[in-house]
Design a protein around this ligand. Structure first.
Ligand code: ATP
Ligand code: MG
Length: 348
């Protein structure tokens, strides 16, 4: 069986094909970063229009890469939320139209379930249960994952998401959008002892996060500084250390709370090497296991949507003929799936 997955929730158009026997057989991506960078952030209307331009060529590219044709595809999965409504509608219309024309099922995929399952595209995928840390542009969440679809939110950010904090801090430092990867690079030359930024909410006995104050601390430090290149690198380094420490401490709390010793980390910010290292050290100290997606599958992509779509297809969750998108859609609304139904495709 083959599922074609379409991602269009924000500023990446992604298409991929997941084969139940062979795993991921193709993935194609177009990032709109260069288009939005001149505005300092995503312009929703431009995003939607660009998805329209890219989506069909990317589908053709993925089919070609997989050496397959549309009539060999069993279902079309698409991100139906959460995300920008106009951008979501492009993927939804394309997926529904294709599925209808081919007489096959369309599958609605939750974007954050896509991120959460992305590490399962790698060799040696995690077993269940685990704690998942989702750190992306719009979300920072700790989730108790007993099985696919059984998602108990243990904590989340009360203000900025981790990716948003990276992007806003990078903007203060004069770096281009999206700032996360640029800030990571700048931080490599920074002195970790130059500043001590707050580790927000570590004293609280919960798994929630807050990153807005950290951004203010950076702004104050910057205003008082000589703004030299070295100072900027020092600030970048100390900011990313503060985020890494906070994420590690909260992951530790969540693992203790659940009695688990397996951590799965996903979302754009999990591409950050310093954060990967800090969380890997935590799990090493705990004698536990840690799993990440390869870096290109940390940020938005079609591969994670094709995989999540295959899983939901195997659970017979088909979209109705209505074209549905859900700009807001809590993860906790998803259905739990018994392991037996999906283990053959997850652990091939
Ligand atoms: N190396 C990195 N270091 C820090 N942050 C990074 C890195 N690479 C990407 N990011 C951040 O990840 C975010 C993008 O990730 P992702 O594509 O998962 O988010 P999104 O799809 O915009 O949000 P969501 O999935 O919550 O809707 C941006 O904020 C970006 O700055
Ligand atoms: Mg995303």
């Amino acid at each position: 069986m083959k599922v074609l997955g379409i991602e269009s929730s924000c500023d990446e158009t992604g298409v991929a094909i997941y084969d139940s026997d062979k795993g991921l057989v193709a993935h194609a991506l177009h990032s709109q970063i260069a288009m939005h960078a001149q505005y300092g952030g995503v312009v929703p209307e431009l995003a939607s229009r660009d998805h329209i331009k890219r989506i069909i060529p990317l589908i053709n590219q993925a089919l070609q890469e997989a050496n397959t044709s549309l009539d060999e595809i069993n279902a079309i999965a698409y991100t139906s939320g959460p995300g920008l409504i106009g951008a979501l509608l492009v993927g939804a219309m394309e997926a529904r139209a294709l599925a209808y024309a081919l007489g096959i099922k369309a599958i609605e995929v939750h974007h954050m379930e896509g991120h959460l399952l992305a590490p399962m595209l790698e060799d040696n995928p995690p077993a269940f249960p685990f704690v998942a840390l989702l750190v992306s542009g719009g979300h920072t969440m700790l989730i108790k994952v007993e099985k696919i679809g059984s998602y108990e939110i243990l904590g989340e950010s009360v203000d900025d998401a981790a990716g948003e904090a990276f992007d806003k801090t990078a903007k203060l430092l004069g770096l281009p959008y999206p700032g996360g990867p640029h800030l990571e690079k700048l931080a490599q030359n920074g002195d970790s002892k130059a500043y001590h930024f707050p580790r927000p909410m570590l004293d609280r006995d919960n798994c929630d996060f807050s990153f807005a104050g950290l951004k203010t601390a950076v702004l104050n430090a910057l205003n008082k500084s000589d703004k030299s290149a070295q100072t900027q690198a020092n600030i970048a380094r100390c900011f990313s250390d503060a985020v890494a420490d906070t994420l590690s401490a909260k992951c530790n709390k969540a693992l203790k709370q659940c009695g688990y010793n397996r951590l799965v980390v996903a979302g754009g910010v999990s591409a950050n090497s310093a954060i990967r290292e800090s969380l890997t050290n935590l799990m090493h100290k705990r004698g536990g296991e840690i799993f990440f997606a390869r870096k290109e599958f940390c940020t938005d992509n079609g591969a994670m949507i094709a995989l999540a779509g295959m899983v939901r297809y195997l659970n017979a969750e088909y979209a109705s003929l209505e074209v549905n998108v859900h700009p807001r859609w809590p993860l906790s609304m998803l259905k739990a799936i018994e392991q037996d139904k999906v283990k053959n495709i997850l652990y091939r």
